[in-house]
Write a protein that binds this ligand. Structure first.
Ligand code: ATP
Length: 680
């Protein structure tokens, strides 16, 4: 069964993240309540801001009077006095700016205290993870404070500048207001309408960017597993989808950004030419040349910059504040990494706005879920390839691949038969390989045939190329010369997904991912798999106790809570349940004790029609195989255990101290007369 197709990237990002619908207005209301409870700080802010209004007021008035009563009236001294008064207003404004910042601090510091207290209390209650607490106590609360301060300053500057300019225009000539106010109000109305969608689009860009970053992080960290599972196409498709989503979100934001420009044009720029166009009409009604110049000063020096700051800053600050506050006290989900969409998340993770917002209450700032916390998620909670694997999409489901039929019994190998006529599971023809042109070749002309049902152990000292051989056999490395055939097909010509259908490679560090036991064990199987089949796989390799302890197929797997051996057992069960004809164990049982290792290897050797290549880290492992390949520098010896003993001094050394002579060997391999494994 093919996996459900990945959702088509939408032309426009979802306007409102579902779980956070209504969070904006609720934040605004609770923010207002927060401010109203601090009337003294508000009053101080208003008082000092009035001085800024006075500065604005004097700015245009001073220019007008300097012209009308000074320079144009032939009294330059009066003109200079008015200009001096205007300069004094500027000094007054500078003084008030410092006080305004202090008053703003009186409003925003309590917010930070409140946030810090809440996070600390959560940490003490043990409901927050350490990395999350550190980030929330530091970066996130600072971001909330800065965004809140920015919002207050932008709003305060605009309101008090507007008040000063309107008062000044009224003082110069009320007729000026008739020209200036209508476009200004129209611009503000347009901006007011565009602000909520703008903030949503800005938020969508932020979330798309975070999701892409999280997805890329997981993908890069899990590259080896992605390659081993043949999931490159899938990973590329998902990453590409995130890129497209971010692109679409950015385009949507840019489209809505046009309204911001329109609003600025109407409210800030249009009054200037209007004043010039209506100058004759205004002059007829007694407006002086100085008053006109003063009005132009108000527009260009005060209103336009204030509008610019408001329209540029408010949407971004609002969005940042909303995002940070909802994360500190989550009402929804954080950045979505490469993983199942929200609907697939565990119910506890998808919890909606059940809690209050960060403004309202110091205690109880909630721990984000591993997903909701985005980059704060405990790093160990979901190992790198998790998201890719957790999608439950087997590599066979990669578009374009030919998936084997669903419902293959565990341990039964799809398309493989041990009978005559079946192609070998693995064949190496004249294999030559060196890492780089100048390195010594690890293999030069190695021939090897591993038939369906065969069991080969690769042994040799460290660094002789055992893992390299496994990677070559898996098609993960390309030979310098010669050929690797998987099930009779050149590995070089296989797509990643097709190669993954023909072999499973288990490295020393086995990966399990956050999800259910079922998802972990069934990952390499196409289509739905009955639990009984998964339990059978677990039993076969000796993982039943781990599965039981985790709560059966539906139990949750937390990789960081498993020992290395337990992780290996789950990975072995997954490989055993896979329909691939060839299993390559590259020291994949190194964390198991000898008895557990023996049980797992025998289980793989018994897989009907399945071939096994084991990179052995214990000589007992080699003893169980029907053929042994001894890597000893340029010399390769292969054959049965007896033949290897006879022909390879190295193998004799490795086997020394093994079973005492004459003792019945419990690891003696089953007779395998049909196995034509050979090395030239
Ligand atoms: N990516 C690489 N680039 C260059 N040289 C490499 C690379 N990987 C491995 N080698 C070298 O190739 C040789 C064989 O490495 P390989 O890991 O296959 O040996 P091994 O027999 O599996 O060793 P061990 O038993 O210690 O795991 C070593 O000398 C190693 O340093």
């Amino acid at each position: 069964m093919a996996a459900p197709p990945a959702p088509e990237p939408t032309a426009e990002p979802t306007a409102e993240p579902t779980a956070e619908s209504g969070a904006g207005p609720r934040l605004a209301r609770s923010g207002l309540r927060f401010l109203l409870r601090r009337r003294r700080a508000l009053a101080a802010l208003a008082c000092w801001s009035l001085l800024q209004s006075a500065q604005t007021f004097l700015m245009g008035l001073g220019v007008a009077r300097a012209l009308d009563r000074g320079f144009l009236a032939g009294d330059p001294a009066a003109g200079l006095r008015w200009l001096a008064l205007t300069a004094a207003g500027v000094a007054l404004g500078a003084l008030s700016a410092a006080r305004v910042h202090r008053a703003v601090a009186g409003l925003v510091e309590p917010l930070r205290d409140r946030l810090v207290t809440g996070v600390a209390e959560d940490a003490l209650r043990g409901t927050a993870s350490a990395p999350g607490v550190v980030s929330r106590l530091g970066h996130q609360t600072e971001l909330a404070r800065d965004s809140f301060a920015g919002l207050i300053l932008v709003a305060q500057t605009f309101v008090f500048t507007l008040a000063g300019a309107v008062a000044g225009l009224a003082a110069l000539a009320p007729a000026l207001l008739l020209v200036v106010l209508p476009p200004l109000l129209l611009g503000l109305a347009v901006f007011g309408c565009a602000l909520p969608p703008l903030a949503r689009r800005q938020r969508a860009v932020l979330e798309a960017d975070e999701a892409l970053a999280a997805c890329l992080g997981e993908t890069f960290a899990g590259l080896r597993d992605i390659t081993a599972c043949g999931a490159e196409d899938r990973a590329a498709a998902e990453t590409g989808e995130r890129v497209t989503r971010e692109l679409n979100a950015a385009r949507a934001l840019a489209r809505w950004g046009l309204f911001r420009s329109l609003a600025l044009g109407l409210g800030g720029h249009l009054p200037l030419p209007l004043l010039l166009l209506t100058a004759p009409w205004l002059l007829e009604r007694g407006v002086t040349a100085g008053a006109l110049a003063g009005a132009l000063t108000y527009l260009s020096q005060a209103l336009l910059p204030a509008l610019h700051t408001l329209m540029d800053g408010v949407a971004g600050a609002l969005t940042r504040l909303q995002v940070v506050l909802t994360r500190l006290r989550p009402v929804g989900r954080g950045p979505e990494a490469c993983g199942p969409p929200a609907a697939e998340a565990a119910p506890d993770e998808a919890a909606g706005p059940a809690r209050g917002l960060a403004w309202d209450a110091a205690p109880g700032v909630a721990e984000s879920t591993a997903r909701g916390a985005g980059r704060d998620a405990a790093p160990e909670a979901a190992p790198a390839p998790t998201a890719l694997l957790a999608r439950g999409v087997a590599p066979q489901a990669v578009p374009g691949s030919t998936a084997p039929a669903a419902g293959v019994a565990p341990g039964a190998v799809a398309g493989a038969a041990s009978g005559s006529g079946a192609p070998p599971a693995l064949e190496l023809r004249g294999l030559r390989f060196a890492y780089g042109g100048r390195s010594q070749a690890l293999f030069s002309g190695l021939d090897l045939v591993l038939p369906a049902g065969g069991h080969l152990a690769v042994v040799g000292p460290s660094g002789t190329g055992k893992s390299t051989l496994a990677a070559l056999a898996a098609g993960l490395l390309a030979p310098t010369a010669g050929e690797v055939l998987l099930n009779g097909r050149p590995a070089a010509g296989l797509g990643a997904a097709e190669a993954a259908r023909l072999r499973v490679l288990l490295p020393q560090d086995s990966y399990v991912f956050t999800g259910t036991v079922r998802e972990n064990l069934a990952y390499l199987r196409p289509g739905p798999t009955p639990d009984a089949a998964l339990l059978e796989a677990a039993r076969a390799v000796g993982a039943e106790a781990v599965v039981e302890r985790l709560g059966g197929p539906g139990g949750r797997v937390a990789p960081e809570e498993l020992s290395a051996g337990e992780r290996q057992l789950l990975a072995l069960a997954r490989a055993w349940a896979a329909p691939a004809p060839l299993v390559l164990l590259d020291e994949a049982t190194c964390h198991l004790d000898p008895a557990a290792e023996a049980r797992a290897e025998r289980a793989f050797a018994r897989r009907p029609g399945g071939a096994l290549l084991v990179v052995a880290h214990r000589i007992s492992s080699a003893r169980r195989a029907s053929r042994v390949l001894v890597l000893d520098g340029e010399d390769h010896v292969t054959g049965t255990h007896a033949r290897a003993l006879a022909r390879s001094p190295l193998y004799r050394d490795l086997a020394a101290g093994w079973a005492p002579p004459g003792r019945k060997d419990p690891e003696a391999p089953r007779p395998d007369p049909s196995d034509p494994a050979r090395v030239a």
